[in-house]
Design a binder for this molecule. Sequence first.
Ligand SMILES: *[C@@H]1O[C@H](CO)[C@@H](O)[C@H](O)[C@H]1NC(C)=O
Ligand SMILES: *[C@@H]1O[C@H](CO)[C@@H](O)[C@H](O)[C@H]1NC(C)=O
Length: 245
Amino acid sequence: MRLPSAYALTATLAFGSVASAELVDSSLVGTWATKANKTLTGPSFYDPVNDNMIEPSRPGISYSFTSDGFYEESYYRAISNPADPSCPGAIMQWQHGSYVIGSDGSLTMTPIAVDGRQLLSQPCQNSHAIYTRYNTTEKMKGYRVYTDPYHGILRLDLTEFDGKIMQPMYLVYNPPEMLPTQTLNPTLAAGTTPTSKAKRHVGREVPTNFKMGVQSKVMNPDGWWWMGLTFTGIGGLLYFGPRRM
Ligand SMILES: *[C@@H]1O[C@H](CO)[C@@H](O)[C@H](O)[C@H]1NC(C)=O
Ligand SMILES: *[C@@H]1O[C@H](CO)[C@@H](O)[C@H](O)[C@H]1NC(C)=O
């Protein structure tokens, strides 16, 4: 029987031979994405030169890890609207930074604060999509890399701090597809100051003629609303609440 590498890692950690928390794990290296494989890290999701987020054709989650301790993540999903369930919203989030694996097997990802971005569209609450900075450190309780028994490809399960296992992700690229790992510090950072109301990020409203990167799509709330309906049509599995805002 072939032991998945995550078991090997756990065994190593259990023997206490890993003293440092500055560990990287080569089995994590690559770009991982949920099954639809349309939301990916890298320039297809975020364009730092024009400071644009580019709408993927399907919702999903993607993480990339390098062998020298850097990560990047892209999230795109529908969010429910409790006040009007027929009118969901959508959210895109992007961050990058550095990661460490703790001696307890946890995975901590610390973003470069000025670089993260969030685009939130709640057409029935707000006529504009809201584009803000986004900066959230993520601590995963653990992770597991193994060959998926059905698809026969490498799979990554991340366990959140509350013990919940995230949607599985599958290896898409190795080496990973990522934007440069150093601070990009794109234009949104320039000349803006956080208000006391929103310390974590600086908001800007995206006008309805906002262009969406290479797709040159008009980012208008009707478009987002239409996408929201598409998600719920695809199936309840893709329908999440907001991760954090
Ligand atoms: C995922 O999408 C990428 C980019 O289109 C493609 O290169 C890759 O082969 C796809 N992987 C899977 C598992 O479908
Ligand atoms: C980013 O988040 C960290 C942790 O919450 C916080 O200490 C830091 O001040 C934030 N930075 C910015 C620029 O918002």
